[in-house]
Design a protein around this ligand. Structure first.
Ligand code: GDP
Ligand code: ZN
Length: 456
């Protein structure tokens, strides 16, 4: 095996006093030795030790460094890894990276260390995807979800499900081997008993998917309302109340139109905030017709009304525009004399939450935050043992697996031959395997043999 050696700066750019350049591959140690001057060569030091020395390029000392040498396979990528810890800022870290590249390393693609960890069997696919999500995660909550995925929580659940399916297949096979029983009826019953909980568990994972996506990407939220009702005020109080305004992710450019706020664990991605902040009123400026278009992207609408004025045609048009969406209605300016018909507001709301606020006095914001939270998490999510599925590929596979599992269950109610039902059970098992990146060819058979010694 001869893989090329990759290198990258593995600390956040521009941050902190320490920078790490990481190399991974067969040549990682040899390449580092070409830069390194110390009392010993790096190829002579023991694995998993740190060595002090200088980095020299064209006879010029460019850095003082602590270098960690780790021989594969007991490393993150299972390849040889060298981590060069330099102090000093971006410039010197970059110089070290450049030097490594000039001596034969290749600049790593984003996520390539993790990809290698996966390809070399160090982590499974869902764990690799967890690492990717971790890098991109936009809130503390999202970070936790990603962390759990990295730790293999999702993998664990999937493996458990697959084991159930495997046992189903095995049980049925065994049963077919003993024709003295009423094999057909028995096997149908076995399949029903085993498949029902599997289906329940897949459903559970799918329910968490919506929440997982929200946690990962932030809930696209639009604040709409007529001029002067209090949209800017609302945005400002959300931003100010927010305990953790999500910061930029290194390496991405900030979209000036978006602002992230964390409302009781629900990360909101406020869209079109520039429209609200700078031009004051989108509805007025671009008209209801176009704001309707802007609404398409939104997953949550905060519709603001003015307590001190009667409902207008414009208000009604906005209600109409968000008919099928998740909406929280905010009746603002309750410190002023009520002129709005609150009964009518509730009619338009049609069961969706209505909160009253006096934003100028900072009143009602708590209830608003609670309403937003309730909309997405029926209950407190903190401290709950949920395994969020937040990856589109996983969700797709789970949906397909669900259909197959359901087909199998339904088939047991009809006169479908058992070996046909087994196909659906097996396919469910395969689809779940794809989530954790298992090679499915023949492995069901292999596992059946290794675990149950069928066929003697
Ligand atoms: P927007 O045009 O919808 O963005 O509304 P703004 O947030 O800019 O508010 C319009 C005006 O209403 C400003 O003068 C605010 O200070 C005022 N305002 C906002 N909320 C309240 C409130 O709860 N009570 C009162 N009395 N005035 C408010
Ligand atoms: Zn405004």
């Amino acid at each position: 095996m001869n893989v090329d050696t990759i290198a990258a700066i593995s600390t956040a750019l521009g941050e902190g006093a320490i920078g790490i350049v990481r190399l991974s591959g067969d040549q990682a140690i040899d390449i580092s030795d070409k830069l390194f001057k110390g009392t010993t060569k790096l190829s002579d030091v023991k694995t998993h030790t740190i060595t002090y020395g200088h980095l020299v390029e064209s006879n010029e000392v460019i850095e003082e460094a602590m270098v960690t040498v780790m021989h594969g396979p007991k490393t993150y990528t299972r390849e040889n890894i060298v981590e060069i810890n330099c102090h000093g800022g971006l410039v010197s870290v970059n110089r070290v990276l450049q030097a490594a590249l000039s001596h034969g390393a290749r600049l790593a693609e984003p996520g390539e260390f993790t990809k290698r960890a996966f390809l070399n069997g160090r982590i499974d696919l869902s764990q690799a995807e967890g690492v990717m999500d971790l890098i991109r995660s936009k809130s503390d909550q999202a970070m936790n979800v990603a962390m759990r995925q990295v730790e293999g929580r999702l993998s664990g659940k999937i493996q458990h499900l697959r084991q159930q399916l495997l046992e189903t297949v095995a049980a049925v096979e065994v049963n077919i081997d003993y024709p003295e029983y009423d094999a057909e009826t028995m096997t149908q019953q076995i399949i029903r008993e085993k498949m029902r909980p599997v289906l329940v568990e897949i459903d559970h994972l799918l329910v968490t998917a919506k929440q997982g996506k929200v946690l990962r990407e932030g809930l696209a939220t639009a604040i709409i309302g007529r001029p002067n009702v209090g949209k800017s005020s609302l945005m400002n109080s959300l931003v100010h109340e927010s305990k953790a305004i999500v910061t930029d992710i290194p390496g991405t450019t900030r979209d000036t139109l978006e602002e992230y706020v964390n409302v009781r664990g629900v990360p909101l991605r406020l869209i079109d905030t520039a429209g609200i902040r700078e031009t004051e009123d989108i509805v007025e400026k671009i008209g209801v017709e176009r704001s309707r278009k802007a609404l398409k992207e939104a997953e949550l609408i905060l519709l603001v009304l003015n307590n001190s004025e009667p409902l207008t045609m414009e208000d009604e048009a906005l209600f109409e525009a968000v008919e099928d969406m998740d909406v929280v209605i905010i009746v603002n300016k309750t410190d002023q004399k009520q002129a709005i018909d609150i009964k009518k507001v509730h009619q338009f709301a049609n069961g969706r939450p209505v909160v009253t606020t006096s934003l100028i006095h900072d009143e009602g914001v708590d209830q608003l935050e609670e309403a937003i939270k309730q909309l997405f998490f029926a209950g407190d999510i903190e401290g709950q043992d949920l395994t969020y599925v937040s990856n589109a590929r996983h969700i797709g596979l789970l949906n397909e697996a669900r259909r197959r599992a359901e087909d199998a269950l339904q088939a047991t109610e009809m006169d479908v031959p058992v070996d046909l039902i087994q196909i659906d059970v097996t396919r469910t098992w395969e689809l779940l395997g794809e989530i954790i990146g298992e090679d499915v060819q023949d492995s069901l058979i292999d596992q059946l043999f290794s675990q149950f010694c069928l066929g003697k």
